[in-house]
Design a binder for this molecule. Structure first.
Ligand code: ARG
Length: 264
């Protein structure tokens, strides 16, 4: 059974701008609706996996996006070191949580920016896909590979709208994946095509903007904000069931379903 970390949106709001989705949304979060949307996502995920919760902290509105807490595997975690001053104080709270749960905590070198599972995703074959160019630094990858001894591939993100790898790419079971081409450099698209071939579904602009790639994959289920009829059909034909969980209030901060969880 998969195990996830989530953080309730008690202090969630948009009060600074560190990605293009946040622009124009300062002070615009409907907090009651955000709480309902998060509860619904929590209900769905905890019905299919176990979920641990970390205590939210006042003044850290983006802490709900636990995907950025670190990269965890086998009771070992590489904790994040955030690019923006606004999120940097989250790191010590996440680190304290992991230590209290008995994880072996690893840190990258102090200067190395790394935003956790937002930019580092394992596929079903155990390969690690790493995204850099906007948030995490390319140099983080060498350190991660040294720490975890995994086969890893570096992808280059180009567009600030797709600032974390998990906004534009989602590995699925059975060697499958979904991705959004325009987020990546030509070379990275080639790498993904080569690695996944027919097994990667490239999504439309509209689906990408609905954050379909920011999906939680549990068994044959894919939990996402919302997807087009065409994409749902394509995924159904590949053996997947799409579960939609409206997280529109969190889209105002540039995050969706997957960002609100961290597989631990
Ligand atoms: N406002 C947050 C930020 O810009 C959203 C983070 C979304 N997380 C993710 N894994 N894509 O950092």
């Amino acid at each position: 059974m998969k195990h996830f970390l989530m953080c309730a949106p008690q202090f969630f709001e948009v009060c600074y701008i560190i990605n293009p989705w946040m622009e124009g949304n300062q002070g615009r979060v409907d907090k009651a609706r955000a709480r309902r949307q998060w509860q619904n996502l929590y209900r769905i995920v905890s019905g299919m996996a176990s979920v641990s919760l970390i205590e939210p902290v006042a003044g850290l509105p983006d802490m709900v996006f636990t995907a950025n807490a670190g990269l965890a595997r086998n009771k070992e975690v590489i904790v994040s070191s955030f690019r923006h001053a606004e999120r940097q104080p989250e790191a010590k709270h996440f680190e304290r949580f992991f230590a209290s749960q008995g994880y072996q905590v690893r840190r990258l070198r102090k200067e190395t920016i790394f935003e956790g599972a937002g930019d580092a995703l394992f596929d079903s074959r155990g390969r690690l896909w790493f995204g850099s160019g906007i948030r995490s630094e390319p140099s983080a990858l060498g350190e991660i590979v040294a720490a975890l001894a995994v086969e890893a591939h570096a992808l280059e993100l180009l567009d600030p709208h797709w600032y974390h790898l998990d906004t534009a790419f989602c590995p699925l079971p059975g060697g499958q994946a979904i991705g959004y081409k325009k987020a990546f450099s030509g070379k990275s698209v080639e790498m993904l095509d080569e690695a996944f071939g027919e097994n990667i579904v490239w999504v439309s602009d509209a689906d990408a903007r609905d954050f379909v790639c920011n999906a939680i994959s549990i068994g044959q289920s894919i939990i996402l904000h919302k997807a087009s009829v065409e994409l749902k059909l394509a995924l159904k034909q590949r053996g997947f069931e799409v579960i939609e969980a409206d997280v529109s209030e969190f889209l105002k901060a540039g995050g969706a379903c997957k960002c609100l969880t961290l597989e631990i």
